[in-house]
Design a protein around this ligand. Sequence first.
Ligand code: FES
Length: 109
Amino acid sequence: MTFHEIARSEDLEEGKGRPYTLEGQRLALIRHGGVVYALEDRCPHANAPIALGPVENGCIACPWHYAEFELATGRVLSGPACESITAYPVEEKDGFVSVSLTPLDHASA
Ligand code: FES
């Protein structure tokens, strides 16, 4: 699995998301409980940027109509979105955050 350095650790504030683009892919990087998560930055309901939503209890809510997604897996927990979003593996080391574009579902297969 190839990891791409995408952000500096200091740029990711606790409890907030930030949008990034990696190889044409929109990603939301979110720090919660000190851990950085990477999700597809596109809500399946109407394409809202997930990165801008509120973060709470291991979830991020879509900023437009508040569908909720689990940070660790991208699993949809409440509507109006009815599909999950892709979660990507993240590594944080020596002040930098790296992401692999191999989706987490497939990473362990
Ligand atoms: S765009 Fe995300 S819930 Fe509507």
